[in-house]
Design a binder for this molecule. Structure first.
Ligand code: RB5
Length: 152
């Protein structure tokens, strides 16, 4: 789970606990983290944190983003409004892995109220460990992101 470019993290109040769990695991693995909030239990709006993480990925401050809200639905919808972001709402390690292999997802979304911490950690590890498979998937990803190009 180690790499030199940070992973950007963001959540709303419903996801703040799971975000802290994911952050601790990343830091323990020596992975740099850019935590863009929220930082406490006060009610906030998930699009604001999706926007912050999307911007960090698009401008190169982060290689990947991870977003958490109650279900993962709202925050993934918000992230996917940014051209160039391919945010995958994953339920487990399998969906997280396939989002990298097939979709070259650059943001992982998780739902803290529907996905337990161990499953979420497995999903995060699978997401970060899996390369894009290329081949037939490149044509499809270009239909999502016309200026897409392979990344090392
Ligand atoms: C917040 O109550 C909740 O609506 C939010 O975390 C998320 O689940 C929305 O999709």
């Amino acid at each position: 789970m180690t790499a030199s470019i940070p992973v950007a993290l963001g959540s709303d109040h419903a996801g703040v606990g799971l975000k802290a769990t994911l952050r601790a695991a990343l830091e323990e693995a020596g992975h740099p983290v850019l935590d863009l909030g929220t930082d406490g239990p006060e009610s906030v709006d998930y699009p604001d944190f999706a926007d912050a993480v999307a911007r960090a990925v698009l401008d190169g401050r982060a290689r990947f983003g991870v977003l958490v809200c109650g279900t993962g639905i709202g925050i993934s919808i918000a992230a996917n409004r940014h051209p160039g972001i391919r945010c995958a709402l994953a339920q487990d390690a399998t969906t997280a892995r396939l989002s990298r292999e097939h979709n070259d997802a650059n943001v992982l979304a998780l739902g803290a109220r529907v996905t337990g911490p161990e499953v979420a950690l497995d999903a995060l590890r699978a997401f970060l460990a899996t390369p894009f498979a290329g081949g037939r998937h490149e044509r499809r990803v270009r239909k999502l992101t016309p200026d897409w190009s392979p990344r090392p």
